[in-house]
Design a protein around this ligand. Structure first.
Ligand SMILES: [Zn+2]
Length: 174
């Protein structure tokens, strides 16, 4: 297992569309899931998608129960996930992203989701989620399509935020 460097905005790796994992039981898929989990816990974060470590493959890990003391872990691995349904009802939630450090903004998304995904045994599952899990899954699965939460803001807020991020990047580079 290894903690991998997290790719940050505006790295083009975050804009790639991921390819499905053909054999979730293969050793490289298992290794990728382990690296994602270890990197997520180290960060720390509640979710991490493969593009965030520079790998354009359809796999995400989440743990919305986990807190920094590590007492309660509830690791989920989502391979080749697809939403089957998104609720009409939405809610606004303050989101952050390990690939866009120190940026927290209110994002509006469907409050509930239904999805299907594979596990590392290649078995398919289907389930409904709401609350924090529904928000985290939408945020993470967007990464697999090369989308970022800043894309969901209205144009004015998006422009302001991009300007801020550009300044931040310049500061870090100098
Ligand atoms: Zn993210």
């Amino acid at each position: 297992m290894a903690i991998r460097p997290i790719v940050t905005y505006p790295d083009p790796a975050l804009r790639q569309r991921c390819v499905p994992i053909e054999d979730p039981t293969a050793e490289d898929a298992r290794q990728l899931a382990q690296d994602l989990a270890e990197t997520m816990y180290d960060a720390p974060g509640v979710g991490l998608a493969a593009p965030q470590i520079g790998v354009s493959r359809c796999i995400v890990v989440t743990d919305t129960a986990w807190r920094e003391d590590g007492a309660e872990r509830d690791l989920h691995v989502w391979v080749n996930p697809q939403f089957l349904w998104l609720s009409d009802e939405t809610r606004s939630f303050e989101e952050g992203c390990l690939s866009i450090p120190e940026t927290y903004v209110e994002v509006v998304r469907p409050v509930a989701v239904r999805l299907r995904w594979q596990d590392l045994e290649a078995d398919w599952h289907q389930a409904d989620y709401d609350g924090l899990m529904a928000t985290a899954l939408q945020h993470e699965f967007d990464h697999l399509d090369g989308k970022l939460f800043i894309d969901l803001l209205n144009p004015l807020r998006r422009r302001m935020l991009k300007r801020k991020l550009k300044k931040q990047a310049l500061r870090e580079a100098s």
